[in-house]
Design a protein around this ligand. Structure first.
Ligand SMILES: O=C(CO)[C@H](O)[C@H](O)COP(=O)(O)O
Length: 429
């Protein structure tokens, strides 16, 4: 078997950063360098020209995702220095044929990207007949976030397609290894190299994995377990970033400081100071749940205190969120239990039993339904609608990874404004 090719996809907006990351990735063993679609949209063909100039010995891939005017776009990329140019596999045959004719004229190759193609096997046969050089079994970044897998797509194609197959979409060292074992000759990796603080190390790990592919048995994980694992690995700010700055509850503080709670909501609506329903909800909730209590936003009377916290902890409850006040703060702090409240106040109310458990509530400005996911840490509390939990958890993890590289660049001496090119990206109107 020929050595698989490792292609690093530079899906950034800033050319200087992209070049620096490419240099580090090449040191880690990347063979081909891709000007990713966002980079091309941000910097135009200059991105391809600069990469060509800086990496004369490497193949440069221009991920144009061509949908129309195949000849013109191939010509642009070829004249800028690309060796391989990407086209959408579901572009019309007229576009593909023109792109291929143009590619032959300029001595470059065409890679067809199967993103969103309904019948990838039939389309791959057609593309091969049209003269395309490579097929890319690609699951796009947004599609990955809802759980679609590039490996599953690759496995449908393996053995069916006569031209070399590339694979792309959320690959890491483990899945890259599986991709080679499943028949990929080109492994395309974006975020899991380019977002790493140590880009060279990340590329090296993937290089080793594809040079010596091995399949390790995977443990099946339920979707709920995946969501929990991902959310436990990110912060509340990562989560609201992933939700376009939505979902954060207002005015809450962490009573015990640096603690974290992740879990599905058991909701409680109670009347000011009536602590019967909050305490009954401890018995309704299971291990790993978060009690979210709406107390009419009142901060002059506490429906929660030390004994309730003790009981919740015994039951394995992950945390408590109260649209109101708590008391016995010194004891709760000793327990280091995740309690988030608006205020502290010494007086309790009475257990009258008014209110309800597990209905939709509004807590600190956010609608919370039973089963919605809660992520709470020292920055505050975020609600994730249960039907979007998997996607948001995946996106939050991507936010965290992106920050890892930015943090590294700041550590090396750039300002945040420089890294993000804030002046360039100020909104014009
Ligand atoms: O073409 C792309 C997105 O449309 C990406 O370059 C491709 O998906 C590889 O990046 P990642 O490994 O982060 O998925």
């Amino acid at each position: 078997m020929a050595t698989p090719t490792l292609q690093v996809a530079l899906d950034l907006l800033e050319l200087d950063r992209a070049v620096e990351i490419a240099e580090e990735a090449v040191r880690g063993g990347a063979d081909w360098i891709e000007a990713g679609t966002p980079l091309i949209k941000s910097e135009g063909m200059q991105a391809v020209r600069v990469l060509r100039e800086r990496f004369p010995e490497h193949e440069i891939v221009a991920d144009m995702k061509i949908a129309d005017t195949g000849a013109v776009e191939v010509e642009m990329a070829a004249k800028s220095g690309a060796d391989i140019i990407c086209i959408l596999a579901d572009a019309d045959d007229t576009v593909i044929a023109e792109a291929v004719r143009s590619a032959r004229k300029y001595g470059v190759r065409i890679m067809a990207d199967l993103i969103n193609v309904d019948d990838p096997v039939t389309r791959s046969h057609e593309l091969a007949k049209l003269g395309v050089d490579y097929i890319n079994a690609h699951v796009g970044i947004d599609q990955q976030m809802i759980g679609r897998s590039s490996l599953a797509l690759l496995r449908r194609l393996a053995g069916e397609v006569s031209i070399p197959i590339a694979v792309a979409g959320g690959l890491d060292a483990e899945t890259a290894s599986e991709a080679v074992a499943a028949g990929a000759s080109i492994v395309i990796v974006g975020g899991n190299i380019t977002k790493a603080a140590d880009v060279t190390g990340a590329a090296q790990r993937i290089r080793n994995a594809i040079d010596r592919p091995e399949i390790r048995p995977r443990e099946e994980e339920s979707q709920e377990a995946v969501i929990r694992r991902l959310l436990e690995g990110v912060s509340a700010p990562n989560v609201t970033d992933a939700m376009h700055r939505k979902g954060a509850m207002a005015d809450l503080i962490s009573i015990c400081g640096r603690v974290k709670a992740v879990g599905q909501a058991v909701t409680v609506r109670t009347l000011a100071g009536d602590w019967a329903k909050p305490v009954e909800a401890i018995d309704v909730a299971g291990p790993g749940d978060v009690l979210v209590i709406s107390n009419e936003g009142r901060t002059d009377v506490a429906p929660w205190g030390e004994l309730a916290t003790h009981s919740a902890r015994n039951r394995g409850i992950a945390g408590i969120v109260i649209d109101g006040a708590v008391r016995d703060v010194d004891d709760i702090r000793e327990m280091k239990f995740p309690v988030f409240a608006k205020a502290t106040v010494p007086n309790a109310g009475e257990p009258k039993g008014l209110g309800e458990i597990n209905t939709e509530i509004v807590c600190c400005g956010q609608v919370v339904r039973p089963g919605d996911w809660i992520v709470a840490d020292e920055s505050g509390v975020v609600v994730v609608p249960r039907e979007r939990a998997y996607e948001v958890a995946r996106r939050a993890m991507e936010v965290k990874k992106t920050e890892e590289r930015i943090r590294e660049e700041i550590r090396r001496g750039r300002t945040l404004s420089e890294v993000a090119e804030l002046l360039k990206w100020e909104k014009r109107r």
